[in-house]
Design a protein around this ligand. Structure first.
Ligand code: MTE
Length: 325
């Protein structure tokens, strides 16, 4: 994510919140996180190597590839897997894009998801049990980061609305709040105490019920790689990428609007809605165009990232809100 100029109350250090700058000093930062040896020598910690055999990916591999849902095709070429899987935002593993190797330390089995708050059936469900209850499909989605780069990704998973049907929210539930794991012993980034861990995101119940809201369990015809947010992440393709929270551990149904990770850090730059709009610049740069990863091509950004027909109706009557930041 981009430079934070305003210092929040816990005084974020500019050097750690500035990916461009961090990128330039990547080795120093990795060393600071204790990840230098891993990144440099191409090694996984011994325990991580042993765990890999028992991870969610190997345990669910036989489910993939899943059938493509042709309603979600797009005209752009897919971003090659090797490009996507080596350019990721996952701050738990570092505030730069080359987190793939460090992310392999995450253990994804057992992986329980807590469902709580305003629901008929609060409780915990194991990731693999969830997969047994929900048919998986593949969708091709555009993915537009607030940093003005974009990809096209073949995600596998199930609509978020299918999870709502299992959880049975009460009529008083107005929002869904998602929370990522919090384990600084495997995710070095979480040792950086000036960030408000764990990563949190939220959507309204109406947004969650929209067909496009997708719970992702796989990509490129395989179980989700750890750097993509294994074993379970969100994909909200009409919003800036930071809304698509990775490695979800908890889903809460609330009456109160959740405050997301980036909103807590810099509310004037990253709001609750974060819908893509080329005509509303980020306070520090234009959102009119995006850089397509791999080709480097610059193309015009589309309103709601090209999904206006599907989602524009969600926002009628909400014009007084900051819908595009
Ligand atoms: N989820 C968690 N838990 N931690 C993160 O740092 N980064 C977000 C989002 N979800 C992030 C996250 C941002 S800024 C983007 S652009 C996307 O994940 C990146 O997803 P990708 O690496 O699959 O492209």
């Amino acid at each position: 994510m981009p430079t934070i100029h305003r210092r929040p109350r816990w005084a974020i250090a500019e050097s750690v919140a500035t990916p461009e700058c961090v990128f330039a000093n990547r080795r120093t930062v990795l060393a600071g996180l204790g990840l230098g040896a891993i990144a440099g020598a191409g090694l996984l910690p011994g325990t991580a190597r042993a765990q890999a055999a028992e991870d969610a990916a190997s345990r669910t591999a036989s489910l993939y590839p899943v059938k493509r849902n042709d309603a979600y095709r797009i005209e752009r070429p897919l971003t090659p897997e090797d490009v996507n899987s080596t350019y990721n935002n996952f701050y738990e593993f570092g505030s730069h894009k080359q987190i793939a190797r460090a992310a392999q330390a995450l253990t994804t089995h057992p992986w329980d998801i807590e469902i709580d708050g305003l629901v008929e059936k609060p409780g915990t469900i194991a990731f693999e049990d969830l997969l047994k209850r929900l048919p998986l499909e593949e969708r091709l989605y555009r993915h537009r980061c607030v940093e003005a780069w974009s990809m096209t990704v073949p995600w596998s998973g199930f609509p978020l609305s299918a999870l709502l049907a299992i959880a049975k929210p009460l009529s008083s539930a107005r929002y869904l709040r998602f929370e990522t794991f919090n384990d600084p012993s495997v995710a070095g980034g979480q040792k950086q105490v000036w960030y408000p861990w764990p990563y949190v995101e939220g959507v309204t119940m109406e947004e969650a019920s929209n067909d496009l809201a997708f719970m992702v369990t796989g990509a490129y015809g395989k179980p989700l790689a750890k750097q993509f947010g294994a074993p379970l992440r969100l994909a909200l393709p009409w919003k800036y990428g930071f809304k698509s929270i990775k490695s979800i551990r908890r889903i809460s149904f609330t009456e109160k609007r959740p405050v997301s990770f980036w909103e807590e850090i810099a509310a004037s730059e990253y709001g609750f809605w974060a819908n893509v709009n080329p005509d509303v610049p980020h306070p520090r740069w234009s959102q009119a165009e995006e850089r397509v990863l791999h080709t480097g091509e610059r193309i015009p950004t589309q309103l709601f990232n090209g999904y206006a027909e599907e989602v524009a109706g969600l926002y009628s009557g909400l014009e007084s809100e900051q819908l595009y930041r």
